[in-house]
Design a protein around this ligand. Structure first.
Ligand SMILES: NC(=O)c1ccc[n+]([C@@H]2O[C@H](COP(=O)([O-])OP(=O)(O)OC[C@H]3O[C@@H](n4cnc5c(N)ncnc54)[C@H](O)[C@@H]3O)[C@@H](O)[C@H]2O)c1
Length: 343
């Protein structure tokens, strides 16, 4: 097999970009099938894509089809567990958008399925690991020149999110990125979390926005993340990695600035599809190359599980208003070395 025949499930905000990326920019991939509950939308999108892209009757039919070698899942988070398990059952490599599943317990079912199958099939869509600026930040950390890492400070702001967003979705949809980025940059696990917010009392019932997350890592670094999902002005991602000897800073300043009349103005990225467009291309390209070789080198099911274990604790902390310990199982041998902690 020298080209990977790919099927995509879920054609919403992310999936509609993903099919275009696969069809146009993943050299070793060929988009052959798509699926969405909304069949009219699926047909309209398929017709606008290059090549012969068929609309599957259902996600399950797409996964089982002989003409699909590998599956990318960009459907809503609640659907991920059953779809990923079906891919593993059919022995098909699968790229699953974050979160891998809604809870740590659900992610464990995926880990157990991979262990039973004897190999990894899953790459999780933690695209920051493929973003040029984040890769440079990681390289700066890996020189060791910053000294002991004592803090990571993030901003994560979006202009707006859909009506259906709830307070808990700051966690499962947004701060899950800061959780993974921290594990990857600092090579450390999140041990304890606290969450507060503005706009209501602490708890799951009111819309708290922005929310402020603080994590203590296993090695004792502190992590602060402001997650502001209706920030109005645009999309912004920032990260300071603070060491005892120096700081490495990723900013999301406007790329182009125009100075006139003693003022400087610039154009800010509209949303994540623009800010991380290159990262999505790179992560899907890497996934397709790996899938053709039968390996997973990107963020895997263990990374998806570790992130969900931390977000479980964040939701509990949001509910109770108290600091909450992250509970994780022992890291199985299938997932090799890396930050690992059992509680
Ligand atoms: N990596 C990132 O930067 C990033 C950014 C935003 C969202 N996401 C993730 O991408 C996923 C999708 O988010 P979105 O904003 O595009 O959501 P969305 O609601 O816009 O789209 C989801 C689509 O999936 C379809 N769908 C749901 N279950 C399905 C099923 N079983 N079979 C077929 N179709 C199904 C829905 O009909 C809908 O069209 C989520 O997991 C989200 O967390 C990732």
């Amino acid at each position: 097999m020298n080209r990977l025949r790919i099927g995509v499930i879920g054609l919403g905000m992310v999936g509609s970009e993903q099919v275009a990326t696969i069809a146009r920019s993943v050299a070793l991939g060929e988009l052959v099938a798509v699926s969405d509950f909304d069949l009219d939308r699926a047909h309209a999108i398929a017709e606008g894509l290059p090549g012969d892209v068929r609309v599957a009757r259902s996600a399950e039919e797409l996964i089982a089809s002989d003409d699909v070698d590998a599956v990318a899942i960009a459907s809503s988070a609640a659907s991920h567990l059953s779809l990923v398990l079906a891919c593993i059952e059919h022995r098909k490599p699968v790229f699953c958008e974050k979160p891998l599943a809604l809870t740590g317990a659900d992610c464990e079912l995926i880990i157990d399925a991979e262990i039973a199958a004897g190999r990894r099939f899953v790459q999780v869509g933690f695209m920051r690991r493929f973003d040029t600026a984040f890769v440079e930040l990681k390289a700066a950390v890996e020189t060791g020149d910053l000294g002991e890492i004592v803090a990571l400070q993030y901003v994560h702001r979006a202009a707006d999110v859909p009506e259906y967003f709830t307070s808990a979705m700051h966690t499962t949809e947004a701060v899950v990125h800061e959780v993974d980025t921290t594990r990857w940059l600092a090579d450390d696990e999140i041990a304890e979390v606290s969450v507060t917010g503005t706009g209501g009392r602490s708890g799951l019932d009111e819309w708290l926005d922005p929310q402020f997350f603080s994590f203590r890592t296993e090695r004792g670094a502190m992590v602060y993340a402001e997650v502001f999902l209706r920030a109005g002005y645009g999309y912004e991602i920032g990260c300071d990695v603070v060491g005892r000897q120096g700081v490495a800073r990723l900013t999301n300043a406007p790329v182009t600035a125009v100075s006139l009349d003693f003022r400087t103005s610039g154009v800010r990225e509209k949303d994540f599809t623009v800010r991380f467009g290159d990262a999505y291309r790179r992560e899907l390209t890497a996934w397709a190359e790996d899938a053709l070789r039968g390996i997973v080198t990107g963020p895997n099911a263990w990374d998806g599980y570790a992130a969900a274990a931390a977000t479980d604790a964040c939701i509990e902390a949001l509910r109770t208003g108290s600091p909450t310990v992250v509970k994780m199982r022992e890291r199985p041998a299938l997932y090799g070395q890396g930050p690992s902690r059992a509680t």
